[in-house]
Design a binder for this molecule. Structure first.
Ligand SMILES: *[C@@H]1O[C@H](CO)[C@@H](O)[C@H](O)[C@H]1NC(C)=O
Ligand SMILES: *[C@@H]1O[C@H](CO)[C@@H](O)[C@H](O)[C@H]1NC(C)=O
Ligand SMILES: *[C@@H]1O[C@H](CO)[C@@H](O)[C@H](O)[C@H]1NC(C)=O
Length: 320
């Protein structure tokens, strides 16, 4: 009896900042935060080999880019760039270089990097492409290169708080009723964890990742915003898990899944983010701007330039 009490009181001290989230059927913590990077939907770095033995992170596919692409201002109508902003110092901003004329309203995205690294410049090609279509994005971490440090769910929440308080308005007319959380790999789980129990997040976009632990999948029942997965086929650690998560979403929740043979790495570093850049823009334009052409590109195999014609496998449910 005494030993139990001792153990319970010593454990949080040993871990430094409280205990790691322990899944228990029917137990739903108030927020998605955790002592580990990526939040309650993630696993600790130490556990990664156990879950990825058959899907090594470095595996590539027929659609993997051959090298790093050029830095551009994006292919959209509003040439965009990468910036820092002293009012959100632990982040990197991607936005049109000048506010779009005609006061075009822009949705807002929070972005989590692969491995939850705090280098906000890592996904520059991909995020600049999205921004050039009239989006403002705050990626976790300043654009200072990788230090090995990892972001936390709170970093993504800080971006949302900042935008909701008007912090992003200097980039143009930002519509904070249209907020998406998105990210790659660990950053994708971070995006799920920040969306969990936060009604401000209206869309989740999860790249090459899904919940690793079967024991944590019951948490999916608390998701309220539509979920989109962009995964890399059977060689991607996100692929099998995304199929499992897709099946376990709350009944009626809209979901989308596109899979391209790239393995875990996607196409982010290609010029304009490659096919992942095009897919992300089409999905966002459909969802946030009601663009019918973009919707057809996402869903319709017969549409010229569709994602299916780009060799994505596409599955979806609960959309009209
Ligand atoms: C831009 O649109 C927003 C929201 O519709 C509005 O509040 C703002 O006054 C507009 N600004 C200009 C310069 O028209
Ligand atoms: C696409 O679907 C086919 C048929 O299920 C499957 O064999 C293939 O691995 C899938 N490719 C990707 C990239 O998901
Ligand atoms: C709708 O999306 C398509 C494809 O991305 C794009 O070419 C077109 O300009 C968009 N239309 C509007 C009104 O934004």
């Amino acid at each position: 009896m005494i030993t139990t009490i001792l153990l319970l009181s010593v454990l949080p001290l040993a871990l430094g900042q409280g205990t790691q989230f322990q899944p228990k059927l029917g137990y739903f913590p108030a927020t998605g935060d955790d002592t580990i990077a990526g939040g309650i939907f993630c696993i600790s770095l130490n556990d990664l080999p156990k879950y990825t033995a058959d899907v090594p992170a470095g595996a590539t596919g027929t659609e993997s880019p051959k090298g790093t692409g050029a830095v551009t201002s994006g292919s959209g109508p509003y040439p965009a760039g990468m910036m820092t902003d002293s009012s959100l110092p632990k982040h990197t901003i991607y936005a049109p270089k000048a506010p779009p004329s005609g006061n075009v309203s822009m949705p807002f995205l929070t972005w989590g990097n692969g491995a939850c690294m705090t280098d906000g410049s890592q996904y520059r090609n991909f995020l600049t492409e999205i921004a050039s279509h009239g989006y403002v994005i705050a990626a976790n971490g300043p654009p200072t290169g990788s230090t090995g440090a990892q972001s936390k769910v709170q970093d993504s929440r800080d971006s949302i708080d900042w935008a909701v308080k008007g912090g992003a308005n200097k980039y143009g007319n930002v519509d904070t009723s249209k907020i998406a959380s998105a990210g790659h790999s660990c950053g994708g789980l971070e995006a799920m964890s920040v969306a969990y129990h936060d009604a401000r997040v209206k869309l989740m976009m999860l790249f090459n990742i899904a919940v690793f632990m079967d024991e944590k999948r019951y948490l999916l029942q608390e998701l309220k915003a539509p979920v989109a997965w962009f995964v890399g086929g059977p060689k991607d650690m996100g692929y099998k898990n995304a199929i499992k998560d897709y099946a376990l979403l709350p009944i009626g929740l809209p979901a989308y899944m596109a899979s391209l043979d790239t393995g875990h790495g996607g196409t982010f570093f290609a010029t304009n983010g490659g096919k992942a850049g095009k897919a992300a823009v089409a999905y966002l334009q459909w969802q946030f701007r009601g663009n019918g052409t973009a919707k057809e590109i996402c869903l319709d195999a017969k549409k010229q330039g569709s994602l299916i014609s780009d060799k994505w496998n596409v599955t979806y449910k609960n959309w009209e």
